[in-house]
Design a protein around this ligand. Sequence first.
Ligand code: 9WN
Length: 442
Amino acid sequence: VAAPPGPPGHAPGIARDARRVLTDNWTGTSTVPSHGLYPHQWSWDSAFIAIGLRHMSPLRAQLELETLLAAQWRDGRVPHIVFDPAVPRGAYFPGPDFWRSSTSGRPAGAPRRTETSGIVQPPVHALAAWLVHRADPRASWRRGFLARVQPRLTAWHRYLTASRDLAGDGLPAVVHPWEPGMDNSPCWDAPLAHVTPADPESFRRADLHHGAAADRPTDLDYGRYVRLAVDYRAGGYADLGRPHAFAVEDPGLATLLALSEHALAEIALALGGDPRPHLDEAARLTEALVRRLWSPAAGQFLARDVRADALIPERSAAGLLPLALPDLPEAIAAEVLRTAEGPHFALGSAAATGLVPSYDLLGPAYDAGRYWRGPAWFNLNWLLERGLRRHGWADRAERLRAAIVGVGAASGFAEYVDPATGRPRGTRDFSWTAALVLDLLA
Ligand code: 9WN
């Protein structure tokens, strides 16, 4: 076990504080990302949260994932939000009245009694399920946890690889900037430019009651988010055979799908099944990722605009995440590392926090405080830490681990931080920050 960072005696206090955040944000069947800003259950948040919760309560970690998967649609999609009916309408926008899943989503098999959004987020869930199982196999076998979640996780992946392969060339596409989980990344600026924003009078944002406007997406961004979601809803949330004003292949989402496919292989093996189809699928996804999104000139992966059939020349930290893949060719992994440690991302820099920013430090749109346009996020850095370890760069992984724990705790488990100074931005007591810090202390 690696030594905890910081002065001796510091880490137990950090772990205690992280546990307190997860306890406060637990609703009884799942965990909110934060009570004020995000008062429902979010998809990829729940996966990261379960990864931390497994060290506190393997049972709660199992329930977290089961609650989310219980809201899965018949077509296999796992919605990005599962709404809590006890939360007042208007507390979050867009809420259940906007998505109208139980009516508009019926053709795609949305649940009748649970209200959800109609879009998705990155599939971190099989990875989380496998890590939760491993934390306490006896507690998992006792409840038949793996057997319970396996069919749902398999259907979820099938939805992404079949219904979302919009280009027909082997990678899933996202149809809304909320889907890759990095809402206002500068990568989406160009593909969004031709989307006509919805009338600002037609909706009311709730996020600005809880977050500083300078830390959040702009009103123009929101107008476009609303337009895309309204159009998707009007089409019954159908994917294939209809035009999408926004269709993008994201290296972050594709990486997480491939990683989760590896986890499904482990799950199949544990259940006495055949891991090979999942390993083959993971290899196929990794190959497609390299073929469609690797940019030798940039030394990193880039997103692809499916409508323009072109790579988007903006550097997001999502383009470093393939480092987490076990079967990424070593020459590419070495290039990605070079880019991560270079001036665009400053991974491990002693002059800054050592965390990677969400977007290129030298990019024209860089903004140290605004959401996914620069700030450092803890989930991305947690994934990179795994990648460094996976490829044998243990010292670097250890330094990143210490930075995540140290900066995460000092920021009050902020949603995101200024990557140079560590100054907290966004909401505090954010669940996945606490969960992933806890995981790295375990
Ligand atoms: C929209 C909950 C979610 C995260 C996303 C993050 C943010 C929502 C919002 O919060 O998005 O889904 O209202 O801005 O971008 O990654 O899952 O924490």
